[in-house]
Design a protein around this ligand. Structure first.
Ligand code: ADP
Ligand code: ZN
Ligand code: ZN
Length: 760
């Protein structure tokens, strides 16, 4: 008797996103199981397509014309049954296809199982490329980065280039078309991560608060062992000020779960930014862990993933996508810095890892542990309502206690004749610290300090020709002559590069200049005031390449610089005991964005940055420079008063029905034609209105007027959007399903984003 299976095509759009039945030929029977990757003939032309087996089923009545599975591509299943169920849930929750969700769970290199060869790229003529690059022939940042990378390492797998340079495949195709690079296939050995031996570190003796937290979590783990219902996941919020020893709680509860034969996932915001966290986990658990993050090469990622699937490791640590790790019998999922926006995917499917973690914890009967010094409003509300249990670590481990914070009114500085970007107070604190051999960090808010170019005669701002945003000035030393510096304009949305004009393109005036300051200008101003103190800078432009972050951080740690200047990214997680001063420039420019999380972000950023100061024996100083010093987010952050901030913020969220008291869904319609994007948004809106009128269940859903997105054009594509509000995401998703599936939006692309972190 023949057996049959149901498969999901791995490249299916939502139109073909359903299980198809195939016959399993006798010869393939032993290799075919739920989760196998197979090749099946599809459509009238019987084109071969890759597919995942999602069920093995009894024969159906009409079995005579069922096509057979052609090949089994994986020796063993590549998906676990619980992952297939998870993909189904994601399909409903985030309106993606099942295949989209499954793609999050299987590394791309799995599709290369056939011949183990990967596509590589190399420069056609490195010497010529290097001279053409200096001639300014390249006007796209992405292309520039790719060429630079290939000049450095001569050849690299295409996937690896795409992730290291953060470019899409089309950037590479363009370079190939213009004769810069060529492609070839090459067999690769799947390499292991170079496991540098890390010195073992024993567990600390927990203090009373840590012990209480650890005890509760372990009790829940044990309760689960004796058959707690899988429907009631135990959810904890570990709220502990920075430096209170949350990591120790993670490590000891992880050990407890492993001792009980369960798997553990530890999610961290972005590995590149938190090398210390990884080191601490490695120093406790040695090499018996798998590390997954976005900057692994495809072969490294594949290797790590195989180790998990083979059950060689029980502990997985990684950034957002590690939440999908193919671990069996998960006992504990830890989400560190749970408020971080990097847990939200900004590409399709736009899932939130915190919510996926909750889904998986439920399915595995696991404990979900979220930790933060500044919990998100969403998570804190759950702990207030009793949906989760709150554990608190109120004190810092180190004797110095919390840093001392001060707000400086920059309007007053100006009135008193100080035109520097450094307030007098900050200057004084920096000098004191340097004179004692201590270090400092200076944080600027990139959005407020964009460094755009303005004509002082007619007010023209130089904008990107393909996007409706201003371009940013970047100063670059030329690779051959480090003393020669050139200024270029870069668009942060599409990466276009232009030379800095000498005259205003509109009125011809020469009074054209840079406005605002970026990290580079802060660095220059710092050098002027504080030389010979040494500055080191970390921002998106100095940190291309896989190791740049770690290199800069370890240089700073070795005290090869006195100050670290950077954007938001330096505020996170680093533990530098010798840092005693943190300066935050223009803290209030984070506010006033058209974003319901603006205050929350400002509060978190200031609190986090303050947490970087005085981590060691020495007490810390935090100077917050602002223009609008009365803002509640700044006030509460300076006072390190989370409760106060929370009370005020939930009032606003409740009034406006913003998360978690409601859900917003932003649907963006994108097209080369402004008219087409607009028409699609109108079509979407009228489909929504019709559906709302059709059924009483959706009376609570609000449909806003469609209109152009705040940034109307990115990469020459026009963007219109439609915003919906509803009481909860499930209802809103159910409301939208038939609209997404049945309304024909032609060539307009439609992106759906629930409770977005970027409202642009
Ligand atoms: P958090 O994660 O809350 O910011 P950390 O886990 O980084 O805090 O802890 C701060 C410092 O205190 C770290 O250097 C850590 O090694 C140390 N530490 C944590 N718990 C203990 C303990 N029980 N005894 C001694 N030192 C501890
Ligand atoms: Zn002008
Ligand atoms: Zn642009």
């Amino acid at each position: 008797m023949d057996r049959f299976c149901q498969v999901i095509l791995s490249e299916a759009t939502r139109a073909f996103d359903r299980p198809f039945t195939y016959r399993i030929p006798e010869a393939l029977r032993r290799q075919t199981d739920i989760g196998s990757l197979v090749e099946v003939p599809f459509g009238s032309g019987n084109r071969l397509a890759q597919a995942y087996v999602v069920a093995v089923v009894e024969p159906e009545e009409t079995t005579f014309d069922v096509k057979p599975v052609q090949r089994v591509l994986s020796a063993r299943p590549v998906l676990l049954p619980d992952q297939i169920l998870l993909a189904e849930k994601m399909r409903f929750r985030w309106l993606c296809s099942t295949a989209d969700a499954l793609r999050c769970m299987v590394p791309s290199a799995v599709s290369a199982v056939g011949d183990r060869s990967l596509r590589f790229a190399a420069l056609v003529d490195p010497e010529e490329a290097s001279s053409r690059l200096l001639d300014g022939e390249i006007n796209r940042l992405g292309q520039y980065r790719v060429i630079e990378l290939l000049l450095e390492c001569s050849q690299a797998p295409v996937q690896e280039i795409m992730s290291a340079c953060q470019v899409s495949r089309s950037v590479l195709s363009t370079l190939a078309k213009n004769g810069w690079i060529h492609f070839f296939r090459q067999v690769v050995a799947r390499d292991n991560l170079s496991d540098e031996p890390v010195e073992h570190q024993d567990a600390f003796n927990p203090n009373l608060d840590q012990a209480a937290a650890i005890h509760q979590i372990i009790q829940t783990l044990d309760a689960d062992e004796s058959g707690r219902s899988p429907d009631s996941p135990a959810e904890y919020l570990l709220h502990g000020v920075t430096g209170s020893g949350k990591t120790e709680v993670y490590l000891q509860t992880a050990q407890a779960a492993i001792d009980r034969g369960r798997g553990v996932i530890i999610l961290v915001p972005e590995i590149a930014l938190t090398p210390q966290m990884i080191q601490r986990i490695q120093s406790r658990f040695g090499s018996s862990i798998a590390v997954l993050h976005s900057r692994l090469t495809p072969s490294q990622r594949y290797e790590q993933w195989q180790r998990i699937l083979r059950e060689d490791v029980r502990l997985v640590v990684g950034a957002r996508s590690a939440v999908f790790a193919p671990l069996r019998r998960i006992g504990l999922i830890i989400v560190d810095e749970e408020q971080e926006s990097s847990y939200k995917s900004e590409t399709h499917p736009r899932y939130h890892a915190r919510e996926v973690a909750r889904m998986r914890a439920k399915a595995h009967g696991a404990v979900l542990l979220m930790g933060s010094a500044t919990p998100s409003i969403e998570t804190y509300v759950r702990s207030e309502q009793g949906t989760s249990k709150r554990l608190t670590l109120p004190d810092r481990i180190s004797p110095s206690g919390l840093a001392h914070t001060q707000i400086v009114d920059m309007r007053q500085e100006l009135a008193d004749g100080n035109r520097s970007i450094f307030s007098r107070k900050l200057q004084e604190e920096l000098r004191t610290a340097f004179s004692r051999g201590q270090q400092a960090m200076i944080l600027i808010n990139r959005r407020g300090f964009s460094g755009f170019v303005l004509c002082r005669n007619c007010g023209e701002i130089i904008r990107c020709p393909s996007c409706s945003v201003s371009m940013t000035v970047h100063t670059q030393a030329s690779p051959d002559r480090p003393d020669a510096r050139s200024n270029r304009l870069i668009c942060h949305y599409c990466g276009r590069i232009k030379p800095l004009p000498e005259h205003c393109p509109v009125c011809g005036s020469q009074h054209i200049g840079r406005f605002g300051a970026g990290t580079q200008q802060v660095e220059a101003a710092f050098n002027q005031l504080f030389a010979p103190a040494r500055a080191i800078r970390m921002d998106q432009d100095t940190t291309v390449g896989r190791l740049a972050h770690a290199r800069i951080l370890s240089q700073f740690e070795r005290h090869e610089a006195d100050v670290l200047i950077g954007t938001q990214m330096i505020a996170k997680g680093h533990d530098f005991p010798n840092v005693t001063v943190v300066g935050i420039l223009s803290a209030d420019l984070m506010l006033g964005l058209s974003d319901f999380r603006a205050s929350e972000r400002a509060f978190q950023l200031i609190t986090q940055a303050a947490g970087r100061s005085g981590r060691g024996e020495k007490a810390g100083e935090v100077i917050i420079q602002a223009y609008n010093i009365d803002d509640y987010a700044i006030r509460f952050a300076a006072a390190q008063d989370f409760q106060g901030f929370f009370r005020q913020e939930i009032g606003y969220r409740q009034r406006m029905q913003y998360p978690p008291f409601g859900t917003i869904c932003v649907i963006t319609f994108t097209s080369m034609s402004d008219q087409m994007a607009r028409e699609s948004s109108l079509k979407g809106a009228s489909a929504c209105r019709a559906r709302k009128e059709d059924s009483d269940s959706y009376s609570e859903i609000d449909i806003m007027e469609p209109g152009p997105a705040p940034i109307r054009r990115i990469r020459n594509r026009y963007r219109h959007r439609l915003v919906l509000k509803g009481p909860d995401p499930e209802l809103l998703a159910a409301f939208l399903v038939p609209i997404v599936d049945r309304v024909d939006f032609g060539k307009t692309s439609v992106a759906i984003d629930f409770d977005p972190y970027q409202m642009l």
